[in-house]
Design a binder for this molecule. Structure first.
Ligand code: ASN
Length: 655
């Protein structure tokens, strides 16, 4: 079976065709003077725009103490951004949302933002008392803002592609969406975003955000804070006070501020005074793959809900080609009438033709089973179990699975496999999984669930780190068995993967990655596991991390400073590490100098040779207008001067 997606064994526009998000966006956010913002797309200027947005994302240098989390907001429409028209009816209004956000002090710290990024830079939230990173956010407004009842699979694909385009430049993503079909979009995205390593949160509101009494403000703020501060590599829905797994949600109320429910799975996090994340519940992709988007869906799918006296003619017509996949909503624990051979026959005929029929319950809570004869009949007719999937998850999963290049049997199997935490099939987390923590808790006379969880969050990172130091892969496995979150951070925000990347044992690193360890987590010092692997020159580990989606982050000028320091002392190996990690060897530091300038200045011949062989630009001039060759000459660095002599000509500024 050739299947790329794998699950962890513990659970553990209308919108239009796709265009790069950086087009209209750059102009919108960074170039046009206030009051003339628009979001017209312009494909020709894509490269220029990406450079410009990079500058906008980076801005002037932060003072170093202020940590920032960068979030991209995809504004697709929905009540949250709507305004009342002349008739008093709610409609989405183009180019108004960001202008209004800038006026709200809870949503934009103007003073900080203007000092750091200038007047038309990104938006910045005020500092929060409980979360460590400043939230800096850019808004990509879709050209055709829509009520979510107009959403189609085309829009799902566009959102997924927009996330892909900007994936490496942001720490997290917030999708502002109408509530009516939000759960469908969240479910679809959860499947389409493969090997997701960053947080994607869909939110919206029941009342427009700029109305005096609205749920939109809280929903938007909490979503931004979570996306910037917490590593929850899932597609989530935030509403009310709960962060829910997207593919577990359904819209449950047309009027309540708690509009969404997750009937068969607990909240991933709750946002009260503090944001509390239940890390044991986070679903971590265990495939050693880089993030990618599966951007196609099969539209020949449908939802068929049984009702007393349903006719077999209706069932027959429903199952006719071109239908390829059907979610059957049966009664209770998955039952169909036992006295309706006519319906069973139609279902059987369809599955024999290769139509995939997935059985889920009509009840809002619970799971289908074959406990009753009524349920067994379906199994015999070739209908497969959808376990406790929501209708939204089952339908979008079918559209996803059916669009894959797999044979029918594999598709049937995948429908019954937990791909993104969308279903519970198998052993639920047993209480014994907490044995280890419980033993310590008992000796400390701790008993409440909150105390146990807190103890776990203290003990597990320490035990995971000790196992990494001892290169004890078995111990890592057993700790996960006890309920440890493999990406749980210690007080310094460091995870087992950070430690392993310093230690340099490839087996341990690979094991952690296969167990779902996340490559994007930044510690207190803003270091990712990739930063550690670079600074310990573990080249093979750098390669594996990149394969799993890791990438350089932060200010390119700061990265250049580090490379320049390495060039100064002739540390060619470190420069190799940076090159492997994707750094630009011609990147200038604060003085406009490149690593080649420093290698020349200090006559580091081997380093100079390495840099020239690997594409470093010898024509780059620093702030004083000097090339590397000029510096070598001034310093009488004979070796470097000889190597650079062929390039001795007028320098060209390369930025
Ligand atoms: N009709 C709106 C939508 O789904 C409902 C909302 O967002 N509250 O776009």
């Amino acid at each position: 079976m050739s299947v790329r997606a794998r699950s962890c064994d513990t659970s553990h526009r209308s919108c239009q065709s796709h265009k790069s998000p950086w087009n209209g966006f750059t102009r919108f956010m960074s170039r046009l003077p206030s009051g003339s913002e628009d979001n017209i797309c312009d494909n020709d200027n894509n490269d220029k725009n990406i450079k410009s947005i990079r500058r906008s994302v980076t801005g002037s240098m932060a003072n170093g103490n202020e940590k920032e989390g960068h979030v991209l907001v995809l504004y697709t429409g929905g009540t949250i951004g709507m305004m009342r028209n002349e008739q008093g009816v709610l409609v989405p209004l183009a180019n108004a949302f960001v202008k209004n956000l800038r006026k709200y002090p809870q949503l934009h710290d103007r003073e900080y933002a203007e000092k750091r990024f200038g007047a038309m830079g990104p938006l910045v939230l005020p500092v929060t008392a409980t979360d460590s990173r400043r939230v800096v956010y850019n808004v990509l407004e879709y050209s055709n803002l829509c009520d979510s009842s107009n959403m189609t699979m085309d829009e799902w694909i566009r959102i997924a592609n927009d996330i892909k385009e900007s994936y490496e430049r942001f720490d997290g993503f917030v999708v502002l969406h109408g509530t009516d079909t939000l759960s469908y979009t969240a479910s679809a995205l959860s499947f389409m975003l493969e090997a997701l390593g960053k947080t994607v949160i869909l939110t919206g509101s029941q009342v427009p955000i700029f109305d005096a009494r609205s749920d939109g403000l809280e929903n938007f703020l909490a979503s931004l804070v979570i996306a910037a501060n917490y590593n929850i590599p899932e597609v989530c829905v935030f509403f009310g006070t709960n962060l829910l797994r997207g593919n577990r949600t359904s819209k449950a109320s047309a009027t309540s501020f708690e509009a969404f429910q997750s009937p068969n799975f607990s909240s991933l996090a709750t946002a009260n005074i503090k944001i509390e994340v239940d890390y044991c519940l986070i679903f971590r992709p265990c495939s050693m793959e880089k993030f990618y988007v599966h951007a196609s869906l099969n539209r020949n799918v449908g939802l068929l809900r049984l009702f007393p006296s349903i006719t077999s003619d209706l069932v027959k017509v429903f199952l006719q080609p071109p239908i390829e996949g059907v979610v059957l909503q049966s009664y209770g624990t998955g039952n169909v009438p036992t006295n309706r051979d006519d319906i069973i026959e139609e279902l059987y005929a369809a599955t024999k033709r290769g139509v995939i029929i997935v059985n889920i319950t009509q009840c809002s809570t619970g799971c289908v089973s074959d406990a009753y004869e009524a349920g067994k009949l379906l199994q015999k007719a070739g209908v497969i179990s959808g376990f406790d999937m929501t209708p939204e998850a089952a339908l979008t999963k079918l559209a996803y699975v059916l669009s894959k290049d797999w044979d029918t049997e594999t598709k049937r199997q995948m429908m019954q496999t937990n791909l993104r935490g969308e279903l519970t099939a198998g052993r639920p987390l047993a209480i014994q999984d907490w044995d280890l923590v419980e033993a310590v808790a008992r000796s400390l006379r701790l008993s409440s669930t909150v105390e146990l969880q807190e103890l776990g969050s203290i003990l597990f990172p320490a035990m995971l780190n000790a196992a990494v130091m001892r290169r004890d892969v078995m111990k890592l496995e057993s700790l996960r068995g006890y309920g440890a979150d493999i990406s749980q951070a210690n007080a310094d925000g460091r995870t087992a993967l950070h430690i392993a990347c310093c230690e340099g044992d490839m087996k341990v690193v690979q094991r952690l990655l296969k167990m779902g360890a996340n490559v994007h987590i930044k510690d207190r010092f803003d270091r990712t596991p990739l930063t550690d692997a670079i600074e310990y020159d573990h080249h093979e580990i750098i390669r594996v991390l990149l394969q799993c989606g890791a990438h350089l982050h932060g200010d390119a000028v700061l990265i250049s400073e580090r490379m320049c320091a390495a060039a100064t002392v002739g540390n060619t190996k470190r420069l190799q590490s940076y090159l492997l990690a994707g750094a630009d060897l011609s990147q200038k530091n604060f003085s406009g100098r490149t690593p080649l300038h420093f290698a020349a200045l200090h006559d580091r011949m081997e380093t100079t040779e390495f840099l020239l062989e690997n594409g470093a630009d010898p024509h780059c001039v620093d702030m004083l207008g000097e090339t590397a060759a000029d510096l070598a000459e001034t310093m009488r660095a004979a070796g470097a001067a000889r190597l650079l002599a062929p390039f001795k000509q007028n320098g060209v500024c390369n930025d």
